[in-house]
Design a protein around this ligand. Structure first.
Ligand SMILES: CC(C)(COP(=O)(O)OP(=O)(O)OC[C@H]1O[C@@H](n2cnc3c(N)ncnc32)[C@H](O)[C@@H]1OP(=O)(O)O)[C@@H](O)C(=O)NCCC(=O)NCCS
Length: 184
């Protein structure tokens, strides 16, 4: 079994900087979610529940506690120069028994198409693998080609499709599983 591990609170990428999610980004986070609702809600089921500023501060509290207990690590993705929020990336479903974890992410719609999530992912991966994680998983709705392309573009291998594993807005959808192993 892997020992619980920590990750750095700040990680620098090429064009992005990752900061441990904290209350200093709550306002930008709320504005980003509220003004990108239509874009984000298709594949992120928490978006509709994020219906006021307090829901963002509560989520940040949750992520802070999770960070402290080494259960998951949530970062804001910020522009390296301006420090403005671009989106979010996190490591969750950390399975110490099996040395594996899952990565999730989102960007503001007008910040897609620049490679920012790929930049963040490459950095976070480095630290996860250095912490002895052996397997990282990206899973997405099979309709979400933008997310699948992030996985593929960054060397994750398609493994399988879990049929009708996602329930979204009254219908069931397939989930695709992509994974990268430590030496790949
Ligand atoms: C999934 C999501 C994060 C992908 O964003 P993205 O900007 O396409 O992803 P990347 O950061 O990898 O950028 C790749 C794009 O930037 C372009 N790009 C420009 N410079 C680049 C660089 N230096 N490196 C990599 N890609 C670069 C790529 O060509 C690609 O554009 P294309 O898709 O038009 O070919 C975004 O669509 C999103 O937030 N969706 C809504 C939330 C969501 O679905 N989250 C995932 C749930 S599983």
């Amino acid at each position: 079994m892997l020992e619980p591990f920590s990750l750095p609170e700040i990680i620098e990428g090429t064009n992005v900087i990752l900061y441990k999610r904290d209350h200093n980004y709550d306002n930008e986070m709320w504005l980003a979610i509220d003004s990108n609702r239509k874009f984000l809600r298709s594949y992120l089921m928490w978006v509709d529940r994020t219906d006021c500023f307090d829901s963002v501060t509560n989520a940040t509290k949750h992520f802070n506690l999770a960070w402290a207990s080494q259960a998951k690590f949530a970062y804001v993705i910020a522009d390296k120069c301006s420090k403005k929020l671009l989106g979010s990336i996190d490591i969750h479903n950390i399975d110490l028994d099996n040395h594996s974890a899952e990565i999730g992410y989102w960007l503001k719609e007008d910040k897609t198409g620049y490679g920012y999530v790929s930049d963040a992912l490459r950095q976070l991966e480095k630290y996860a693998f250095a912490a002895k994680i052996n397997r990282l998983v990206i899973s997405c709705d099979s309709r979400n080609r933008a997310s699948a392309n992030v996985a593929i573009r960054n060397g994750y291998k398609f493994e399988n499709t879990n049929r009708k594993a996602i329930f979204a807005y009254g219908d069931f959808y397939d989930r695709e599983i992509y994974a990268k192993l430590v030496n790949e």
